[in-house]
Write a protein that binds this ligand. Structure first.
Ligand code: ATP
Length: 290
């Protein structure tokens, strides 16, 4: 990797909703997945977390959502502060109740249940019937395609629609901080653009977002700031637009420089200019390793 340019952290105005300090995580006492990660998300902002395969992105999300132990992972050192309090020892339900909600990679919707039943499952952790119906309406407004298909089996939805449903289900829990794990995975460029728009809309409505992505174009297009994870450590961070211009990100994640790594697919422009943040007309981040 070329010399990292470490720019200042997030740009949005609010106080940090999430602070990760010197976080080290291992699996089975052997695999060191995170090696001292420092990262923060400011209230009201969208933060992108980029990195190639095995960099530790999913491990970080597992730590934040309280699911690390389910994967035999262990926090070795460091701390995670969410709204000023430690997350240590919180189980997944406790995290959701506190407003820290993850939309997992691969959607994991209930394919045999209807669209509305999936949404209902997402809202189980929160209160009464009338509040829930207002939540349904908010979700259907944001995702009209789900409104049209509310009674349909979720397994019949397209990949993009299933991603919308997974995000809608997450929103039913009324997150304060939404953790999105690779929402663009396996989707066509046009749909990825729509996902980017939705992320901006979710953010406009008041939810902070931590967006884990391999699609750097989309992620830097919607994010205020970004962090690049490299073999368990943050190698770059800063405002998304600035980061998109750095040599390292251009070369490694946006495919804009001289020599192409052999495994990088060619020309998959997303056209995502959502939110007008980093408008780099570039390629999709791909599975890269040096
Ligand atoms: P990808 O984009 O491929 O999902 P990632 O950036 O999300 O990659 P992680 O899945 O967090 O990376 O993996 C970080 C490291 O931890 C890798 O070396 C991976 O092999 C290892 N790892 C992840 N999950 C486990 C597990 N359950 N048990 C053992 N090792 C694991």
């Amino acid at each position: 990797m070329s010399t990292p340019t470490t720019a200042p952290g997030p740009t949005a105005a609010g106080p940090p909703i999430l602070e990760v300090r010197d976080l080290a995580v291992s699996y089975g006492g052997a695999v060191q997945a995170l090696r001292g990660v420092d990262l923060s998300v400011r209230e009201g902002s969208v933060v992108a977390l980029l990195g190639s395969n095995g960099a530790g992105k999913t491990t970080l999300l597992r730590t934040l959502s309280g699911t690390l132990r389910l994967h035999r992972g262990r926090v070795e050192r460091g701390e995670v502060l969410y709204r000023g309090g430690s997350l240590r020892g919180r189980d997944p339900a406790g995290c959701v109740a506190a407003g820290l909600v993850q939309v997992p990679e691969g959607r994991r919707i209930f394919t045999r249940l209807s669209v509305e039943e999936n949404l209902r499952a997402g809202g189980l952790s929160i209160g009464g019937r009338s509040t829930r119906s207002a939540d349904y309406e908010r979700i259907y407004e944001m995702f009209p395609v789900l409104a049209d298909r509310r009674a349909q089996r979720a397994g019949l939805l397209s990949g993009g629609e299933q991603q919308m449903l997974a995000m809608g289900r997450g929103l039913m829990a009324r997150p304060k901080l939404l953790l999105l794990d690779e929402p663009s995975l396996g989707l066509a460029p046009r749909i990825i653009g729509q996902i980017g728009e939705v992320i901006r809309e979710i953010n406009r409505q008041g939810t902070s977002v931590l967006l884990v992505e391999q699609n750097a174009t989309m992620a830097l297009g919607v994010a205020d700031s970004a962090f690049v994870l490299d073999v368990g450590k943050v190698s770059l961070s800063g405002p998304a637009a600035e980061l998109a211009r750095t040599d390292a990100v251009q070369r490694l994640y946006l495919g804009n420089a001289g020599e192409e790594p052999a495994d990088r697919p060619l020309a998959t422009t997303t056209g995502t200019t959502t939110g007008g943040r980093a408008r780099t007309a570039t390629r999709t981040l791909t599975r890269w390793s040096e």
